[in-house]
Design a binder for this molecule. Sequence first.
Ligand code: NAD
Ligand code: IPM
Ligand code: MN
Length: 342
Amino acid sequence: MDTCIRIALIPGDGVGREVMAEALPLLDWARARGRSLETVDLPYGADHFLATGETLPEVAFASVRDGCDAILFGAVGDPRVPDGRHAEEILLRLRQELELTVNHRPCRSPATRLGTGLDIEVFRENTEGPYCLQGSTEPGRAVDLAIHTEPAVRRLLEAAFRRAARLDRSLTLAHKANVLKHGHGLWLRLFVELRREHPEVDARAMHADALLCALVQGPMSFGVIAADNYLGDLISDLCAGFIGGMGVAPSLSWAPHRPFRCATLAEPVHGSAPDIAGQGLANPVGMILSTALLFRHLGWDPEAEAIEAAVARALESGARTRDLGGTLGCAAMGIAIRTGLR
Ligand code: NAD
Ligand code: IPM
Ligand code: MN
């Protein structure tokens, strides 16, 4: 008998809630196949913040950290909270305080619109860089500090090297060490060190500006791309653009050193999409593929593969939400995917 996996559910705001509704039946389906899991519903997001003043209360944070194994997350962000305080105190806090250093953002077929074969995996450091949120606005100038620490950078790079070796794909480090001599200098030094330890990986470092041009001109020639938090955020959205847009890109974050019981978070790459929220138009594919990533991380490979195959089948059969040129709503797309689930 498997140990029971506890998954905290945080739908959040906007389309986060709509796409989460299409992931939940997959949890029931896994349970029906004998996987032992239970869920904990957490209501945190803009509505809760505006009604109560709470973002993520201490007791809830501690219950996730020590009492759950994983988090399934929709999205946060709401125009009624223009400074994004709740997003910071919910999502960024979970990533940082649970030390979820590695953010894996694969962009691959079957969702690709570029034909078969586009297969890029972004490994984004998920807790540091300018996301340390230290800075100041002063008269006539503004400061954002970026902190990069050796343990986190090493953890991210090790995960990227291991993944590239496993896939037998190239690894490219995106950096700007020509300008960011200290922070990205650290990235480059550790990258060169690890490259010596992984002679089996075809690894190169590129200035991020040149990399972006090469990526747009020839995305098929890239395999794994490693980057710091800020560049990784940008590169992963660009890569999402290659496979159909924000609605189809999944992500999984984890803490390889497992400092706490809760060591993984699955979330789509997209945000709360206020422009389409509440209309049932969101594409649930990114959320559903994130759930598959989570299942694989839990060792539930058959379920992960079945979900990915069902997404491919639905897209091949022409099922499309509006962002992909179709007419299906979020719930109908979820049903189209689940219909092909075997
Ligand atoms: P966004 O990803 O929410 O939206 C960008 C564009 O992609 C919009 O045109 C939107 O309609 C479209 N889009 C996004 N998700 C989609 C989906 N599932 N199906 C179809 N189309 C989709 O980014 P944004 O507009 O820059 O940000 C909106 C809010 O979301 C902000 O508050 C931002 O901070 C937040 N945000 C949160 C996360 C997260 O929770 N992980 C990620 C990105 C942005
Ligand atoms: C993402 C988002 C977040 C980020 C925002 C909402 C803070 O863009 O998950 O990619 O920048 O990490
Ligand atoms: Mn982003």
